[in-house]
Design a protein around this ligand. Structure first.
Ligand SMILES: *Cc1c(COP(=O)(O)O)cnc(C)c1O
Length: 429
């Protein structure tokens, strides 16, 4: 039974059924292919933090693209619908709404780590006095490789120049005060702060606005890796004055394995055509892009578009188009409302199970986390995983003992969450 009288939840399945019946977004699930268990019933998929599910609209969108290519050949660059020449512009407004940017501050291109490198080419400009990069403890490996090789590229030693914000001893997440202290002590030597919006391992959501403000006040440039953040929580990158951000579109954004990534460049940089960058024809002013008979000066397009290099993979952009239309229709505010309830319900059930099974690593304030809860398995992770597997539940395991469960508001149900919690508490030998 519910532990407090004020909780809107109880542990019976009927509570989950009632929450589903009251869910204004319940019908969104029908727009997705849900992987099935043996026997043909839908599985419980809590792995949207790793690879989002396929919107049903993707199939027809891809078929149309194949058919356009078959019928039109090269003419598809202008005659396909949407035409391939300006395909990336389909995301101008939608992409901006997704992350709270202005149209022109967002572009879909390349993939996440590539975009981080391209952003660092422009925004990590170390000097003798200011040359460090600040990342968080246990950052996603790719972010560690990207920042340390950027340092090496500039002749710097990552051991001295890569600063790592760590949780205080005995804690698993990083308080704002820790970051403030680092900025206080090291701010004048930090060229770039590059943190994750939502930390992939702990599920902690950093205060992006406040950290950006504090770091910029110390003269640092501030970029955000939003791999676990975009499509998960509402963002206001323009208003928060973030310098740049990059994310992948295959996790919460459901655009398929290895989907094209997203990139945000604040307007004030987007219009600074003197910034150093690695250029290619797609970032050039389209009016002169095709002047191939001479080596012309590179004239960057204004805004984030000016960081594009190659002509984009349309096959990678088509699923993104289908998927972002869904986010655009529902809106991040409505998604977040359901998400807080769904994750709150998961938290309630897990606490009811008691500490013997799992402890929650993610912050317990909804404002400090996205939809994912990271769970430390207190007894036998192999046994717990086997129980989940037997119940047809997909979630993710980070050795030695962390289970990450991400109920996503677009396609997960309260009954999914209930089934997960029940299977997790079930002992098998
Ligand atoms: C998923 C993820 C990546 C993956 O990078 P790709 O370049 O898309 O392969 C990088 N960083 C973080 C924080 C991630 O969560």
């Amino acid at each position: 039974m519910g532990s407090t009288s004020t909780s809107p939840f109880d542990v019976n399945r009927s509570c989950a059924e009632q929450l589903d019946a009251n869910d204004p977004l319940a019908s969104m699930r029908d727009q997705f292919h849900i992987p099935q268990r043996e026997g043909g019933t839908p599985s419980v998929y809590l792995c949207g933090n790793s690879l989002g599910l396929q919107p049903k609209a993707v199939g027809p969108q891809m078929e149309r693209l194949l058919s356009d290519w078959a019928k039109l050949g090269v003419e598809g660059h202008f005659e396909a619908d949407p035409d391939w020449f300006s395909y990336h512009e389909c995301f101008r407004e939608m992409g901006a709404r997704l992350v709270g940017g202005l149209p022109g501050e967002v572009v879909m291109m390349n993939s996440l780590t590539v975009n981080l490198h391209l952003m660092m080419v422009s925004f990590f400009r170390p000097t003798k006095k200011r040359y460090k990069i600040l990342i968080e403890d246990r950052a996603f490996p790719s972010d560690g490789y990207a920042t340390s090789t950027q340092l090496i590229h500039h002749g710097l030693d990552p051991k001295a120049a890569l600063l790592i914000a760590r949780p205080p001893s005995g804690q698993s997440t990083i308080p704002l005060a820790t970051i403030e202290e680092i900025l206080e002590n090291e701010g004048e030597r930090i060229a770039l702060v590059l943190l994750s919006g939502v930390q992939y391992l702990t599920g902690q959501l950093f205060d992006i606005e406040r950290i950006t403000q504090l770091a910029q006040a110390k003269g640092c440039t501030v970029g955000w890796d939003l791999a676990h953040t975009a499509g998960n929580v509402p963002l206001e990158l323009h208003r928060w004055n973030v310098d740049f951000a990059a994310w992948c579109n295959y996790k919460y954004l459901n655009s398929g394995p290895g989907a094209v990534g997203g990139c945000f460049v604040h307007e004030r940089h987007g219009h600074n055509l003197d910034l150093p960058r690695f250029a290619g024809w797609w970032g050039n002013d389209p009016e002169t892009r095709f002047q191939m008979d001479e080596v012309a000066d590179f004239i960057p397009r204004a805004g984030a578009d000016g960081w594009q290099i190659s002509n984009p993979s349309i096959f990678s952009m088509a699923p993104l188009l289908s998927s972002l239309r869904i986010f655009d229709e529902v809106g991040m505010e409505a998604l977040r409302r359901k998400s807080e309830l769904l994750t709150g319900y998961l938290e309630f059930l897990l606490k009811e199970l008691g500490d013997g099974v799992v402890s929650i690593v993610s912050p317990d304030q909804p404002s400090e986390r996205g939809c994912q809860l990271s769970l430390l398995v207190n007894d036998d992770p192999k046994m717990r995983l086997a129980a989940l597997g037997q119940a047809g539940i997909t979630c993710d395991f980070r050795p030695p003992n962390v289970i990450r469960a991400a109920p996503v508001p677009l396609y997960n149900t309260f009954q999914d969450v209930w089934e997960f919690a029940m299977a997790l508490s079930h002992r098998i030998s």
